[in-house]
Ligand binder design. Sequence first.
Ligand code: DOR
Ligand code: ZN
Length: 428
Amino acid sequence: MSTDAECVLKGALLPDGRVADISIAGGKIIHVGAGRRADRTIDCTGLLCLPGAVDMHVHMRGGKDQGYKEDWTSGTQSALAGGVTMVVDQPNTLPPLTDKAAFAGRVAEATRDAYCRFGVNGYVSGASNIAALWEAGALAFGETFAAASSYGSAVSPEELGVIFAEIADLDALVTLHCEDVLPGDDTSLEAHAALRPEAGEKKCMEMLTARFPPGLSAHFCHLSSPISAEAAMAAMPATYEVMPHHLFLSIEEHGSVPDGHCKVNPPVRHEKVRKALWEMWDAIPVIASDHAPHTIAEKSQAFSAVPSGIPGVETMVPLLLAQVYRGRIALSSLLEKVVYTPAHLLGIPASTLMAGTPADLALYPRKETETITAELLHSRAGWTPYEGMQGVFPHITCVSGHLSYLRNEFSRAEELWVPGRGYKTSGS
Ligand code: DOR
Ligand code: ZN
């Protein structure tokens, strides 16, 4: 006997080339094939259905001091409009998430305001209560600042060695921001890249790797060059991620925005390095956005005063899907990097577009790309370094079977928090 569905997405193209109706009930896909009887049917003819992306590195800002840059509503709406159904928030908030109370406050704010699924990481420093953060529901730890960056002070390798042992005991994942910052005048993109060189990423990674206790699950954040990616591979089973800004922007080529807008840590590199990073595409385990919004006014100051960071949660999948449509990369490789591997590393379920998996998915036009403009996007940042580039944006994004984004309208699903494995409810 066939079960009725709450919603059927009719006639969508699947990644394997089939055209099928996707029947959804109770937050899950219940059948893929001929549509079940449903309360609501949405015609998806001409649309490609992909599982929702898991962006394991975003800075959603919010709180009373950073909400002017972005908040959980604008940031997660931006995610949904870019096909991302789950974001993992970095804990370099004001104040940073070092204890249970700060962590609980962050989860409460996101529970009230978020439109897509979210996890929250615990901050790593000598002042952090790692065990308490794990019990409070931290999904992972870090990004851990082994070098100073915007809203993050450097923690020494010696101190990290002690904290790594604690994290390994919990069997939790630690994520690492590795750089070596040289002294000098930070006056241009070229200077910024020279003060935070690729070789410094490698050196820092090697210093930390030497302090990994047996069994530590480690993940290197935002590697900007083949040199650093090779260092990560030497540290296997550690994994790593690469960001769209290191694949699409360079010191020489960053479109129409001023240099300060592309200031980011680790920095964008020379065109030669950017191209070499593309050559490694197949080996890269994870792509994440490092969505780090700052306002146009902040990014327009004298270069040395500009905060580092680029908004990117909404453009990550669209930019890369446009590369799939151009024939440059395989769709299956994109899904591995933005859905399956991040979900696996975080230990969370992801949609495989098969019956029984969460109905977290997005529907994209099958052929047409769109020219990216800041006006098209939903981040409070109000600017994008990808202005004028081509992207493929979803028309519909579902979270847990809920039509969270439909024809530019947003609607909130229930129960969006994804706590980590250490989560213990009070009293248990
Ligand atoms: O460029 C960056 N911006 N790199 C980081 O590590 C932090 C981030 C931010 O929070 O602005
Ligand atoms: Zn970051």
